[in-house]
Design a protein around this ligand. Structure first.
Ligand code: TXA
Ligand code: MG
Length: 338
């Protein structure tokens, strides 16, 4: 692909420099790519209504063309203009959870180019809450197609540095708003099926969704092979993966770590317990929060850091078996499918 020089602009989410946002909006309007922070992960944005601009996203990411891209809008009023139907469930979920980490799948209208939806009839819509993302969407006055700002199958970025590391030379401008506050990708809910179905578990759990719209199906189990059909398009098994091999331990992980160390591996070990008394040469021990939300905030940054440190294998202590951990477990199961 054509290399471009990547510029990074730092922005304070509490005092956003309008001239930088205006420049970013101008890049989007002329068909260029801008990476920007959302509350979940950084997105790689293009004008969703410009098929040539969206094609640049696929090229920059090395993304399979059948994998549809989420379209970001400022609010529900703008989302409605991109669909042929806006059911009561969409209205209720948008009222309760937007702006926020929730993507709604709805029938697209003819304004939306096929390339955005992977050729399918439905579009994924999300109004992000992050103030820089909001400012950009309002200044651009466009729906912005934006997958996570990483090369396909790599880890999602939670800092601007992650974006530059993965996509440097492939994106014109990176808006640096610091670390993202949620840390894992949005919940994706298909409202074209009845009852609605979760296509990707995320920060908003099934109990929250059901308290708003009634029965929601929990979706398909996390696939264990790359052969899984694209019924939930793009939900390929190997996704969100670090370079290192990732192992989900059946207990605390000490046995797995000892075995790997004895074979001379450099190991990263994500733990909940205090293991400071354990002497393990060549092991990077990372204490993780015992709360699922906080764990999610740090997860990708920790995996990026261990990759950068040259760790060969990452062992993760067994996660609590409660619904709060569904989204984190999903991401780690995918990352462990190599
Ligand atoms: O939090 C997020 O959702 C981030 C930020 C940037 O908004 N975006 C993100 O995009 O994670 P991406 O492309 O990495 O993942 C989008 C997921 C994919 O699994 C894709 O298959 C699904 O959403 N998706 C998007 N549009 C869809 C559609 N029309 N039908 C079914 N699934 C769709
Ligand atoms: Mg992604």
């Amino acid at each position: 692909m054509t290399q471009t020089s990547t510029r990074t602009a730092q922005l304070d989410p509490l005092h956003i420099d309008a001239s930088v946002i205006a420049e970013a909006a101008a890049i989007l309007r002329r068909g260029g790519l801008v990476a920007f922070p959302t509350e979940t992960v950084y997105g790689l944005g293009a004008n969703a209504l410009d098929p040539a601009a969206v094609a640049r996203i696929f090229e920059a990411k090395g993304r399979p063309s059948r994998n549809p891209i989420i379209v970001h809008v400022a609010d529900a009023a703008r989302a409605r203009t991109l669909t042929t139907s806006w059911p009561g469930s969409a209205e209720m979920l948008a009222t309760r959870f937007w702006p926020g980490p929730l993507t709604l799948i709805l029938p697209k209208n003819s304004a939306m180019p096929d390339i955005v939806t992977g050729g399918g009839p439905n579009v994924g819509l999300r109004a992000p809450a992050q103030p820089i993302a909001q400012a950009l969407l309002q200044a651009a006055g466009l729906p912005v197609a934006a997958p996570s700002a990483n090369r396909s199958t790599e880890l999602s970025p939670t800092t601007a540095q992650h974006v530059v590391h993965s996509l440097g030379g492939r994106v014109e401008l990176v808006l640096d708003g610091g670390s993202t506050t949620v840390g894992i990708e949005s919940t994706v809910v298909d409202l074209t099926s009845n009852p609605p179905r979760i296509l990707r578990p995320g920060p908003i759990g099934i109990a929250q969704l059901e308290s708003c719209i009634g029965t929601v199906l929990p979706g398909l189990p996390t696939p264990h092979g790359d052969e899984s059909p694209l019924a939930a398009p793009g939900l390929m098994a190997r996704h969100y993966a670090p370079r290192a091999t990732l192992i989900l331990a059946s207990g605390g992980g000490l046995e797995e770590v000892r075995r790997l160390v004895s074979r001379g591996h450099r190991v990263g070990w994500l733990v909940f317990a205090d293991v400071s008394g354990t002497r393990l040469p060549g092991v990077s021990i990372v204490p993780m929060p015992a709360n699922a939300e906080d764990f999610a905030v740090h997860l990708y940054a920790v995996l990026h850091r261990l990759d950068a440190a040259g760790v060969e294998t990452i062992v993760v202590a067994r996660l609590p078996d409660t619904p709060q951990w569904t989204a984190v477990r999903d991401r780690l199961t995918r990352a462990a499918t190599a």
